[in-house]
Design a protein around this ligand. Structure first.
Ligand SMILES: [Zn+2]
Length: 81
């Protein structure tokens, strides 16, 4: 019997996984599921294709200052609990 902890409704989870935005534990859980689930694996493959297509047309990355500010904000959000 196929057990699927995510119920194939990964949607934004898969997007976050492809973007590398998931917490490590969640990312591991998703990649474990992808090994056993063809339909979610196919969805990730198409997301990766879409992402590289988007990257080709996207404007240059944000400046180092903007990136540093974002990192600071993420760190503060994580610590400020
Ligand atoms: Zn699945």
């Amino acid at each position: 019997m196929h057990t699927d902890p995510f119920g194939h409704s990964l949607g934004t989870l898969l997007t976050g996984y492809v973007d590398g935005e998931l917490p490590a534990a969640l990312s591991r859980a998703v990649s474990g599921h992808l090994r056993e689930c063809d339909s979610c694996g196919a969805e990730v493959a198409s997301l990766i294709r879409l992402k590289s297509a988007l990257r080709a047309v996207r404007s240059p990355p944000p400046s180092a200052t903007a990136q540093a500010r974002l990192v600071e904000r993420l760190r503060a959000a994580r610590l400020g609990r």
